[in-house]
Design a protein around this ligand. Structure first.
Ligand code: NAI
Length: 328
């Protein structure tokens, strides 16, 4: 049997953590033949809840689950870690200013990036889910100068999956017949779900996009504001679908994209598609099972360019706000 992969999940006792852990432990992320050691990192106040989850994981008697360990110290939780899911973050509370939210999270992700830099395994891969996910990933990467920055990515796979589901409904074809969708930009309401290179069965995304009213007033806002719609309906934010997107993201990264298909992930921009270098921006990506590669050479029309630029401007403003707070 293979040696176990060490997976650390932060915010393990939160709602996404709870929805993700059992599937990771059952082999949905890295394969049913891959043993995993699960490390649960939580705030001291949630350690008891994490212990309860560990009891439940135990009670599943899962063959792939080699061990469950619980931590409230990032350095201990990240020691020798291979796969890191940074889910825990500070939520926006009532009356909290946006700047306070950015700065609270910047400090969490700076600390965690620095700890990863010191103790993570040489092959570590980091997936940031906690919001603001793109900027949190940029900050973690900055504080881990010895880890190649390509090893940090942030989740836009949930948005990508949302776009696939909406296209499938529109075109009346199963999700398996949808390809070539891209989420560009920030994991926020400014994100741009691009269907101009997509296919939905026999129909091309460009054909569907000719109905501008549907594209602009229905498809794009439905995908970009799905999180709020779920909070309004459910009274709680997306958790199972976010956990599912996280598992899909890591699975694609670790096992690769089939054929010439692609997906979406936020990665450190190398300056591609006019996105300033260093921003963590969502792109069309493939994985060879080791690293993400940006799908090159897609033609970006004027409509798409304006939407991508708007989301990139928001990413620049987030980083600038964090930097301004740091130097104050
Ligand atoms: P939650 O509030 O239920 O759980 C968060 C957990 O993180 C809590 O148990 C808390 O104790 C823990 N935590 C906070 N700071 C921590 C730290 N420094 N170290 C370790 N643990 C820490 O929140 P939920 O619903 O699980 O969401 C988690 C994050 O994921 C939020 O920031 C949310 O906005 C984000 N999210 C991202 C999505 C994406 O597609 N990128 C989609 C949905 C949510």
């Amino acid at each position: 049997t293979k040696p176990p992969v060490v997976v650390t999940v932060t915010g393990a006792a939160g709602t996404i953590g709870y929805a993700a852990l059992f599937r990771v432990a059952a082999g949905a992320m890295l394969g049913r033949d891959q043993p995993v050691v699960l490390r649960l990192l939580e705030l001291p106040g949630a350690i008891s809840a994490a212990e309860g989850i560990a009891m439940e994981l135990d009670d599943c008697a899962l063959p792939q689950l080699a061990a469950v360990e619980i931590f409230d110290d990032p350095r201990a939780a990240f020691d020798g870690v291979n796969q890191v899911l940074l889910i825990g973050a500070k939520p926006r509370s009532k009356g909290m200013e946006r700047a306070d939210l950015l700065s609270a999270n910047a400090s969490i992700f700076a600390t965690q990036g620095a700890a990863l830099n010191e103790v993570a395994a040489p092959d570590v891969r980091v997936t940031v889910v906690g919001n603001p996910a793109n900027t949190n990933a940029a900050i973690a990467a900055r504080h881990a100068p010895d880890i190649p920055r390509e090893r940090f990515s942030a989740l836009t796979r949930l948005d990508h999956n949302r776009a696939i589901a909406q296209l499938s409904h529109r075109a009346g074809v199963p999700v398996t017949e949808i390809s070539g969708v891209t989420i560009w930009g920030n994991h926020s309401a400014t994100q741009y779900p691009d269907i101009f290179h997509a296919r939905a069965g026999e129909t091309t995304g460009a054909e569907l996009a000719r109905d501008r009213e549907w594209l602009v007033d229905d498809f794009i806002p439905t995908v970009a504001q799905r999180g709020s719609a779920i909070i309004a309906a459910r009274g709680a934010s997306s958790a199972a679908s976010a956990a599912n997107g996280t598992i899909d993201h890591v699975q694609t990264w670790a096992l690769g994209t089939p054929g010439d298909s692609w997906t979406s992930a936020a990665i450190v921009s190398p300056g591609a598609y006019g996105v300033p270098e260093g921003l963590v921006c969502s792109f069309p990506v493939r994985s060879d099972g080791t690293d993400w590669q940006i799908v090159e050479g897609l033609e970006i029309n004027e409509f798409s360019r304006a939407r991508i630029d708007a989301s990139v401007a928001e990413l620049e403003a987030e980083i600038a706000a964090v930097d301004a707070l740091a130097t104050r």
